[in-house]
Design a protein around this ligand. Structure first.
Ligand code: GCO
Ligand code: MG
Length: 412
C-alpha cells in the first residue's frame, strides 16, 4: 500500500470543492475533502506544493503516523488551511483502509452505535409566512429537526435566508449558493444587533405556536453578538426550548461564554470555525458548550475528530458536525461514518447538495425518515467522477460580509 499518486482536483458544480485523490501501487483510490469556502486555492497550494510530494512513496496504511508527521513535521501548527489539508489526507487514507479491509469506515471506528443519524435542515424566510412554508417544505423532505433563520425588519440582506440565494438546479433555493455570490468582490450585507434581538423571540414564539412543542428547533447567531448580547439572546429564547443556539458570540473569546451560561439554560453549539481540539480544550473542560460544531473537513479529519469527541464525551458533550453545502459530499460522508460510530453523537447538519454536485460526487449514503446513514460500501462510499468534475472549472467566489449602518465592518 505505497502511495504512488496524489492529485488535487478542483471542481465547481454548484460551488467550489477541493478534493485530494490518493492512489496506491496496488490500485486502491482514496479521496478526501479539503474545501475551505472562499479560500479554496490556499489549500490547493498547500496540498500541491507542500504535502503531495511528501505523500509519494509513503505507506498508505499508517494513518496516525501520517497525521502526526504532517502536523508536527510542518513546525507551523493549526490554522484552517493546514488543518483542512491534513483532514483531506486523513480522510483519503481512511477511505483506502476501508477499501483494503472491505469494510465501511464506520466499522473500522468501532462499528455502528445507532441505526441512523438524526439530521437537521435549514428553514428560513424574510417573514413568518415564508418561514412557516419553508419549515413545512423541510418536513415534507423528511426533516424532523429544523434550523430557523429569519429576516429582521429594516435589514435588507441577512445571513441564512434562502430567498436571497439562487436555484441549485433541482428547484430548491439556497442562501449560500455560490453562483449568486460569484464575482470579484464579496457581497455586502447589513446588520443591526438591537433590531435582531428585539425581533428573534417573536419569531420563535410564532413558530412554536404554529408547530407545537415537539419539533426540535435550532438557530444560528453566526458570531454577531457581544457576550452580554449573547446572554440576552439565550435568555430570551429559553421559553421556546431550542435544541441549540449556535455561535451566539465569536468563540475566540471563550471566557465570555460563562456569562451566557449563567444567564440561561439554552443549549449552546460552537466550533464550525475551530480547527483543532486545542480550540475546544477549555470550553469543553469548563462545560461551556453542549455541542461540538466542527466539520471533519476543517478539523484535521476523522482521526483528530475522533479524539476530540472522546474528550467531549467525558463532559457529556455531543456532536453536531458542520454540514453546510460548502463541505463536499466526501466531507459529509466522513462525518456520517464518524457520527454513526461514536457514542456521543448528537445531531448532523444536512443542507443537501444540488444535482450537479451529486453528479460529480457519486454517493451511497441514505436519507430516510429524518435519518442519514453512510451506507455499507467499503471505505467512505463516495466516488469522484473526474470527467464530470472537469466540466466545472474553479470560479473565484467569496462569502458575503457585514457592515453596520454607520459603515463599520461587523462579524458576518
Ligand atoms: C452553518 C454555517 C454555514 C457557514 C458556511 C461558511 O451553520 O451551516 O454557519 O452557513 O456560514 O459554512 O462557509
Ligand atoms: Mg453556523
Amino acid at each position: 500500500m505505497i502511495i504512488d499518486k496524489a492529485e488535487v482536483i478542483v471542481t465547481s458544480p454548484d460551488r467550489n470543492f477541493v478534493t485530494l485523490r490518493i492512489t496506491t501501487d496496488d490500485g486502491l483510490v482514496g479521496i478526501g475533502d479539503a474545501t475551505l469556502n472562499g479560500r479554496e486555492l490556499a489549500v490547493v497550494a498547500y496540498l500541491q506544493e507542500h504535502v503531495a510530494p511528501l505523500l509519494l512513496g509513503a505507506d498508505a496504511s499508517r494513518i496516525e503516523d501520517m497525521w502526526q508527521f504532517l502536523y508536527r513535521g510542518a513546525y507551523w501548527r493549526r490554522g484552517p488551511v493546514t488543518m483542512a489539508a491534513i483532514a483531506a489526507v486523513d480522510m483519503a487514507l481512511w477511505d483506502i483502509k476501508g477499501k483494503a479491509a472491505g469494510m465501511p469506515v464506520y466499522q473500522l471506528l468501532g462499528g455502528a452505535s445507532r441505526d441512523g443519524l438524526m439530521a437537521y435542515g435549514h428553514a428560513s424566510g424574510k417573514e413568518l409566512p415564508e418561514i412557516f412554508d419553508s419549515i413545512r417544505a423541510h418536513q415534507e423532505k423528511g426533516f424532523r429537526s429544523i434550523r430557523v433563520q429569519t429576516g429582521v425588519p429594516g435589514l435588507k440582506a441577512i445571513y441564512g435566508i434562502a430567498s436571497q440565494g439562487a436555484d441549485v438546479g433541482d428547484g430548491s433555493v439556497r442562501y449560500d449558493h455560490e453562483p449568486a455570490r460569484r464575482g470579484a468582490r464579496p457581497t455586502q450585507e447589513d446588520w443591526d444587533t438591537r433590531a435582531y434581538l428585539r425581533h428573534i423571540p417573536t419569531v420563535f414564539e410564532a413558530v412554536r405556536n404554529e408547530f407545537g412543542p415537539e419539533l426540535p428547533l435550532l438557530h444560528d447567531g453566526h458570531h454577531r453578538m457581544t457576550p452580554l448580547q449573547a446572554a440576552k439572546l439565550a435568555k430570551s429564547l429559553e421559553p421556546y426550548d431550542l435544541f441549540w443556539l449556535e455561535d451566539c458570540t465569536p468563540a475566540e473569546n471563550q471566557e465570555a461564554l460563562k456569562l451566557v451560561r449563567q444567564a440561561s439554560t439554552t443549549p449552546l453549539a460552537i466550533g464550525e470555525i475551530f480547527n483543532t481540539y486545542w480550540d475546544y480544550k477549555d470550553i469543553i473542560a469548563n462545560q461551556l458548550i453542549d455541542y461540538v460544531r466542527s466539520a471533519v473537513t476543517h478539523t484535521g479529519g476523522i482521526s483528530h475528530m475522533k479524539k476530540l469527541m472522546d474528550y467531549a464525551a467525558m463532559f457529556q458533550i455531543k456532536s453536531g458536525f458542520h454540514g453546510p453545502t460548502d463541505v463536499s459530499p466526501v466531507g459529509m460522508a466522513a462525518a456520517m461514518h464518524l457520527g454513526l460510530a461514536i457514542h456521543n453523537f448528537g445531531i448532523q447538519e444536512y443542507m443537501q447538495h444540488g444535482e450537479r454536485t451529486n453528479q460529480v460526487f457519486r454517493q451511497t449514503f441514505t436519507w430516510n425518515d429524518g435519518y442519514l446513514h453512510p451506507g455499507d460500501e467499503p471505505g467512505l462510499g463516495v466516488t469522484l467522477d473526474v470527467d464530470e468534475a472537469g466540466k466545472y472549472p474553479y470560479e473565484q467566489a467569496y462569502l458575503p460580509f457585514n457592515r453596520l449602518a454607520d459603515g463599520t465592518v461587523h462579524d458576518w
